[in-house]
Design a protein around this ligand. Sequence first.
Ligand code: CP
Length: 324
Amino acid sequence: LRHLISAADLTRDDAVLILDTAEEMARVADRPIKKLPTLRGRTVVNLFFEDSTRTRISFEAAEKRLSADVINFSAKGSSVSKGESLKDTAQTLEAMGVDAVVIRHGASGAPYRLATSGWIDAAVINAGDGTHQHPTQALLDAFTMRRRLIGRDAGLGQDLAGRRITIVGDILHSRVARSNVDLLHTLGAEVTLVAPPTLVPVGVEHWPCEVSYDLDSTLPKSDAVMMLRVQRERMNAAFFPTEREYSRRYGLDGDRMARMPEHAIVMHPGPMVRGMEITAEVADSDRCTVVEQVANGVSIRMAVLYLLLGGNESAVSHARTTEG
Ligand code: CP
C-alpha cells in the first residue's frame, strides 16, 4: 500500500500485518524511553480541517515516537479561512518536502482526491473524511478486540473469525461504523448494526453485515458492543432524536450490559455523550475499553506510518530485542 484511504482497501493479510506490527510498536510504549529512530529525517504533516482530540494527538504521539519531524496544520487560523483551496494548501506542503500527510476533512473523498490528484507525492493517510471512512480507527478497534477476545500473544497472526460484533447508534453519519464493517468483515467477524430506522443508511442491505432494530435481543449474542455517538452536527435539527427516548431504546446502561456474555466488552470510539448512548456506570466499568482504545491508537498509527513510509525490519526487531 502507498496510501491508507479506506479500510475496504485492506486485504486480510494487510490488516493482520498492521495488527502484528502494532503489537511490536506497543512494546516501545512499555519502555522507559518511548522512541524508535525509524522515521528520523522524514517529515509528516497533520492536516486537520475538522476538529479532533484523540486522532490528532495520537498521530502526533506516533510520529514523535518514530522520530519523524512533525508539522501540525489546523484549518482554523490558516489561509483556508481566506478561501485557499485543498489543492493550493497541498501544493504549499509539497513545496516544503513532506513525506506523509495525515488528513481529516469534513468532505467525504478529500483524502482520496489528495492521494490521486497528482498534487503531491507524499503518502496520504485518512484520519476521517465526512461520513465516509476512518481506517485507523477501525484498525485500533480490531487491535483492541483481538487483544481482549484472543490475547496479546495468542492473537499474533490471528484474525477475528467467528467473533460477533454489534455496532449501535447513528450508523447513518458514522465513518467509524463504515470502516469497522469493512475491516471486521475482511477479518472474518460477524457484524450486526443496531439503530433507529431513521439512522440507518440507504443501501445498507448491500453491506456485509446484519441490521437489527432490537438492541436487547442482540446483546446476549455479542462478543463486543460498540456504542456510537449521535452526530447532531451532521443532522438537521428537525431530525434530532430526544435524549430520553433514544437512551431508553438504544442506550447502554448497567441493566443492559448485564445481558451481555461475561467475556464481552463495551467499546466506544469517543467522544462519548454520557447519559445519551452510554451511562457513566458503563463508561467507567472494567468492561469498557474506551481508554485502552486511545492507547492502542498510538501503536496502530505507528505501525501504519512505519509500513507506509518503508520502515525496515530492523526497526521492529529493535523494538523486540530491546524490550523492557
Ligand atoms: N475517535 C475519534 O476519531 O475521535 P476524535 O474525533 O477526537 O479524533
